[in-house]
Unconditional design. Structure first.
Lengths: 197, 268
């Protein structure tokens, strides 16, 4: 499954590259103006996969400035083939922006993210009433963590792709408490496809 | 342009290879594809009691202590003639899928047949479903020539539909052999087990066939005589804390491997 997703990502990147290259060669003045206006638009609609955000997620991204952006999405996951939903929020910062012709690459984004399950039967903030105390368990409904990633915007085609690698707070604690441990399962890759509107 | 495209694509490939794709911490999806592990372990048992000795390695409550768990499993693997290994649960903190994956990554290093009971922490969230997918039944037993080993799901609050005291009683009643019961929470847990459950459990523990009950959950070692039945509580995995149980000729010898202290007690 891991290898399949890498291959799919490779195909998606190369295809998007090819599409944007064709658009670039046939650009006219009106298209250049549209590109300039698009570049200024802070709004993006996106879909994403994995990265702890759900097997699929749909959301809205807002770029406050070229360095600062926030994503809000609803993700879907399943337990025993029944679907449930989660709310996802991410903030990311990109110190560097590289412009290449009509494209824009943020090679390194760092940020914070949080995921919140909407399944209130299974996941909780306070332990349910059947337990002797409210803090019998730590809360399980919300998890947060850190992410690093990269983001490439094909401004001609109004598309962007992003890759993010995320680790939870519990993963950071495990790393600190277990030196020299392979903790690959605490980290997840995620892919996103953005449309600028 | 071409070089830039190639460079960027290679860069993305390298990034994408850094970590697996996990959908959500709340789902029952696991990266590990292990399935039905308890049942598979039963089929791997061989010649237990052939030398008139049953040697069992027991560890419990590793939670996120992967270094301690790693070390305990390394030591267990080095120990000669272990017939099987029992993990008494609480190998996660919150039953998340990635916690199961991380535990299995280490657990799979065990070379002997290994059995796991579900702990209360493993059963919250989607943990109950994940446990059943990976390990199979939460209540099961197997037999050697003279013993019936019962693994019991003690999580009445977390998995109420799988908490079956009546199953435990029937399994004890129907046994023609000596019985040893393993569970995560102690069967005498006065917070969890009340009323009819407590009364039935008392009947089970005092049954003449039941020689020993073993649990984790409370993180400290404890051994006492419960109406003639040996009640053993195993210390949590930390600093090579695991326990070697040797059963021979109606006697149990328990060695705490962290301190090397050994206690031998005859069964009732």
């Amino acid at each position: 499954m891991y290898a399949v997703q890498i291959v799919l990502f490779f195909i998606l990147s190369f295809t998007t590259f090819s599409v944007s290259a064709q658009t670039e060669t046939s650009a006219v003045l009106s298209e250049a103006k549209e590109v300039a206006e698009t570049r200024n638009s802070p709004y993006r609609l996106f879909i994403s996969r994995s990265g702890f955000m759900g097997k699929g997620a749909l959301g809205l991204s807002y770029e406050f400035t070229p360095q600062h952006a926030a994503d809000l999405s609803v993700g879907i996951y399943d337990i025993h083939k029944v679907n449930y939903y989660q709310l996802n929020l991410a903030y990311r910062y990109a110190h560097w922006t590289l412009n290449y012709k009509e494209h824009q690459w943020r090679p390194l984004q760092v940020g914070l993210f949080g995921v919140h399950s909407l399944d209130y039967d299974r996941f909780f903030y306070n332990s349910p009433e059947r337990y002797p105390t409210k803090d019998y368990y730590e809360q399980t409904r919300f998890r947060y963590g850190f992410e690093v990633g990269s983001h490439f915007t094909f401004l001609c085609s109004k598309l962007a792709i992003g890759y993010h690698m995320r680790i939870f707070d519990t993963g950071v604690i495990a790393v600190v408490n277990n030196e020299n441990r392979d903790l690959q399962y605490y980290i997840s890759s995620g892919l996103s496809l953005y449309y600028i509107f | 342009m071409k070089n830039f495209k190639l460079l960027f694509t290679i860069f993305l490939l390298c990034l994408a290879a850094c970590a697996p794709f996990v959908d959500s911490p709340f789902s029952d999806y696991t990266l590990r594809t292990d399935r039905n592990l308890n049942q598979k372990a039963i089929s791997k048992l061989s010649n237990v009691e052939a030398d008139n000795l049953i040697k069992i390695a027991i560890f419990t409550d590793s939670h996120q202590n992967y270094t301690g768990l790693d070390r305990a499993i390394y030591e267990i693997n080095k120990t000669a003639d272990v017939d099987f290994v029992a993990s008494l649960g609480d190998f996660t903190n919150s039953g998340y899928n990635y916690e199961y994956d991380q535990f299995l990554n280490i657990y799979s290093d065990l070379v002997r047949p290994r059995f796991t009971v579900v702990g209360n922490h493993d059963a919250i969230g989607a943990g109950g479903e994940i446990f059943k997918k990976i390990f199979g039944l939460t209540n099961f037993y197997f037999e050697t020539p003279t013993y019936r080993f019962i693994f019991f799901n003690s999580n009445n609050w977390e998995m109420p539909s799988d908490f079956k005291v009546s199953w435990l009683k029937n399994t004890v009643d129907q046994s023609t052999k000596n019985v040893i019961i393993m569970s995560h929470a102690p069967l005498r847990d006065t917070e969890r087990f009340l009323g009819n459950d407590a009364a039935t459990i008392n009947t089970i523990i005092t049954d003449s066939k039941v020689k020993m009950i073993i649990n984790g959950h409370n993180h400290v070692y404890h051994l006492l005589d419960d109406n003639g039945t040996l009640s053993l509580q195993v210390e949590r995995v930390e600093n090579n804390s695991w326990l070697l149980l040797e059963i021979q000729s109606g006697q149990a010898c328990m060695t705490q491997m962290r301190t090397k202290e050994q206690v031998c007690t005859p069964f009732k």
